[in-house]
Design a protein around this ligand. Sequence first.
Ligand SMILES: [Zn+2]
Ligand SMILES: [Zn+2]
Length: 350
Amino acid sequence: MVNIERKEYCAFHFHNTTDGECANCGLAICNLDQHYDVQANRLCQICFNLTRAQKIARYMQFGLWGIIIGLVVMLYLLLRNSGQTFYAFLPVLLLLVVPYALRPILMKLYFRDLQPIESVLPILRYFEGSGNIDHYKLFMKFLGKLSEEELKDIQKPLYDYLIPALAFNYSKLPEDWEDALTKNLQISKERFVDLLTEDYRQVLIQTSVHNAQTNMSLFIFYLSEIASDMNLIKEYITEMTSPEVMKLNKEEVNIIYKSLLEDLYLYEDRFFNFCDELGLEKQKDLLVQLIERFDPPPVPKNQLEAVMTIEQLREKRKKEAEQDTEQAIAAIVDVAKEQIEADQDTEIDQ
Ligand SMILES: [Zn+2]
Ligand SMILES: [Zn+2]
């Protein structure tokens, strides 16, 4: 079993212990990273590049507008007698195409002054957090540039960053990801599977239960399948139904284990099938209890609600429920009041 210690060394210079974090993205940095923003916050190389790149992006945008306006005027003058002046506005479409085409160039600017070996860990962290497939593609590009020696040198930190990034974003990976990745890592597929299911086994099980992301259970199912290792699922389900999780009340469990509950709710049948296959009767009962405690995300009722986040929608439903209760109480109070008044009226009549 391995421990993930990526907080202890610099993400850019993995031979160095870290002495702080980037104020912008939180990556671990070391005494070789001495960049600061205007407020004197310490930045990593990428966030430092980002401010410069954003400036360049702004200039490019101004330039683009200039070119478009120029083209429109020119075409308009050319076409004004033809009755087809509409075509003069076609250059406006460049606004859609050019920024998209320039994205790879901007990405390159972010990694300016960085060697591929200094870039692989940061880009993995970005991919882990964002799930943005462009980040993954860039990671693969940097990885492909590493020599055999460099790969050997960076091995431990690389896997410490890579494995959570894969587990968190498994459902977003491209179809042939294992082939491409093991080729770039210069290891066999078998060794890769061993790494995941043996060296990082405990880390993966712990993370996928106690720090789960949506769809992470699919990664565990997938691993158990390629490694022909049903025990992995057994350990996973056992951890999910451990006292640490089961002792929590409905509210707590929905906050701390939100993504885990979502997966359980989404892939209920698969979980139950595994329990049956593995003879985990007790755990199956506990899973049922967990699902009962799950508070599924509210479904939007109209267009207005469709644009709200799940959290906003939850808040709204809570308020609506409170309002309903208030109204119900008010109605009861009204009825009681009427009753009292009616009683008083009859008393007076008598
Ligand atoms: Zn940063
Ligand atoms: Zn550093």
